[in-house]
Design a protein. Sequence first.
Length: 267
Amino acid sequence: MSKLNNTLHNIRTIDEMARRSKRINRLHPLVKLCVTVFYMILVVSFDRYHLIGLMGMMIYPYLLFELGEISLKDALCRLHVVLPVVCMVGLLNPVFDTEPVGRLGGITITSGMLSMCTLMLKGILTVLSAYLLIATTTIEEICYALRLLRLPKLFVTQVLLIYRYISVLLSEADHMMNAYLLRAPNQKGVHFKAWGSLAGQLLLRSMDRADELYQSMCLRGYRGEFYYGSGQKMSGIDFAYLIIWICVLFIFRRFPVFELIGSFFVS
């Protein structure tokens, strides 16, 4: 399977996961969006040396992976391109911040090492929380929640169309790559002299598809905004889910839960 086909497969798999009838999938999209944003804000608000406190925030993705019956292994495989980039953010911290803060098994731990691990964990947790949102909520439901928050309809429409038709663009690119490789079977990759022509053809095909798509939308009554949801009302379970997670996450952010538990057993 080519890289483009693998990407298309991952997009379709995530979309199928979001359309399942699990309990977490049936929650109101606005609740899931608000909890995810609240979680991200709390995660990035941690001090760069507060690694132990940040580890407590792992409870949210852990429970959602369990509740949604989502494979962590598959998630890490699908995010194998994003996660290394996120982890590179604090890679140079140990070089510039060399003040020792303790020792672990004969190894001196510096504040740079601590801040590097904290930044990496922040990036991993925020990416996983975003992945869990799109794996349990369809793009239509997410856009519906964004409109409930009064985000501009132009922005929401762009998000919806990009997500819906990125697969069409990737499919066109895959067809072009296959056609090119059939004409150059012994060549590895695309020769740099063909880069311009391939990119130009892809642009022209995309413009043609976009024009056809817009004409079809207009024929079906499009007037600048889609109908994203069916007007789902928030239930008591939705409110309970929102309040419980806000309280739990606030407690883990405000108090050193792991340290308190550890001191309790030690004493």
